[in-house]
Design a protein around this ligand. Structure first.
Ligand SMILES: Cc1cc2nc3c(=O)[nH]c(=O)nc-3n(C[C@H](O)[C@H](O)[C@H](O)COP(=O)(O)O)c2cc1C
Length: 375
């Protein structure tokens, strides 16, 4: 039983779709937090496009196929996961539930899949690694080289299995709802990974500004989300930082995708950041359809932005993604019921995906291909 802010009771057995979780969670959250989670950039054209384009894809089922032994597992970067759905890095989870990232990580491991810790996690990257089992990836932004090296080394030391380099946010976003609400998540994030390293990390003015926002005394210094924007000239250095696999998140162009493969990255995530930073781009799934066939024999291709149904997962896999990631639905599950809520959100997607592949006529998610969709 869930009680929302209007003291209305939501029975758990009425939460059977992600849309139900979305509605229940926004009923529980403050307006500032729900705007933080749900908003897209500017006129939200891309936000709507992400969903519309997924909805517009037509699926082509086949008959008289053996679908009795269905298998949703796949491999990512050489590791088996039980479902082709992972949790994307996303800051602010502590504000949905006191267990924050610990709850989300436990829920994803309950489903045998990957959890991605954002740099700006409420709990420290080490605590999340120590207190949860299962494969975890660590996400880093475009900070100075010293800061990136610091976090990448800590992530490796803590046992993370891959690094996600967020490429699509070279300068901070400007979310209009947050301006209207006079709200900044910076003032609310706990930044667990700074604890114990304050002297070094806060001495970097860019990172300090990213963490605390711009104070009245400070001149704005940041060129990016915590540092200098990266260029291809920095990439060889970054690739050489670690022997962990690196995934570039936020690829939206074939030439960029090819270049990521050329320079030795291990994966890309085709993503428009859930349309949170830039408006007017193509839908993420529209871009996936162009990019994946051009590179997925050379580099693992993942997908996010707009996944809300198991059939959406199937569509992305048909178009060449190896696995997808979910963002906002983590927040909905966490807010509604902590670890159990995130587990249930994944469970709904898993059940729907199982149904989707059975009706499409395949036993394994690996057998989905372009012939099952018309775009
Ligand atoms: C509240 C929120 C915070 C986010 N924070 C980060 C972040 O810290 N780093 C990052 O690379 N992406 C971040 N993202 C983007 C997600 O990783 C992902 O690209 C996006 O949410 C996928 O779209 P979806 O929400 O439609 O599933 C965030 C997304 C949301 C909704």
């Amino acid at each position: 039983m869930i009680v929302n802010q209007k003291d209305e009771v939501v029975e758990k057995n009425n939460l059977i779709t992600l849309a139900d979780y979305e509605k229940a969670s926004y009923g529980k959250m403050s307006k500032e937090l729900s705007d933080y989670v749900k908003s897209g950039a500017q006129d939200e054209i891309t936000l709507r496009r992400n969903r519309q384009a997924l909805e517009d894809i037509i699926v082509n089922p086949r008959i008289f196929r053996d679908v009795d032994c269905r298998d949703l597992s796949t491999t990512v970067l050489g590791d088996k996961i039980d479902i082709p759905i992972m949790l994307t890095p996303a800051g602010g989870q502590l504000h949905m539930h006191p267990d924050g990232e610990l709850a989300s990580a436990r829920a994803s491991h309950g489903h045998g899949t990957v959890y991605s810790t954002p740099t700006n996690s409420g709990y420290s990257l080490e605590k999340i690694a120590d207190e949860t089992t299962g494969p975890k990836w660590f996400q880093i932004n475009q900070h100075s080289r010293e800061i990136q090296e610091h976090f990448v080394k800590r992530a490796k030391q803590a046992g993370y299995k891959a690094i996600i380099l967020t490429a699509d946010a070279p300068i901070p976003s400007r979310r209009e709802s947050e301006i209207r609400n006079n709200f900044s998540i910076q003032n609310h994030l706990s930044w667990g990974s700074v604890e114990g390293y304050e002297e070094f990390l806060l001495s970097d003015p860019h990172l300090r500004e990213y963490i605390y926002g711009i104070s009245e005394e400070d001149e704005p210094v940041s060129a990016g989300t915590g540092g200098k924007s990266m260029t291809w000239d920095d990439i060889e250095w970054f690739r050489g930082l670690t022997d962990l696999p690196v995934i570039v998140k936020g690829v939206r162009n074939i030439e960029d995708a090819k270049r990521c493969a050329d320079v030795g990255f291990d994966g890309i995530t085709v993503s428009n950041h859930g349309a949170r930073h830039m408006d007017g781009t193509n839908s993420s799934i529209g871009v996936l359809a162009e990019i994946a066939p051009a590179v997925n024999d050379r580099i693992e291709v993942f997908f996010d932005s707009g996944i809300r149904r198991g059939m959406d997962v199937a569509k992305a896999l048909c178009l060449g993604a190896r696995a997808v990631l979910i963002g906002r639905p983590i927040f909905w599950g966490l807010c509604v019921d902590g670890e159990q809520g995130v587990f249930d959100v994944l469970d709904i997607l898993k059940t729907e995906l199982d149904l989707a592949i059975a009706y499409l006529g395949v036993n394994k998610v690996g057998d989905l291909n372009r012939s099952y969709v018309t775009i």
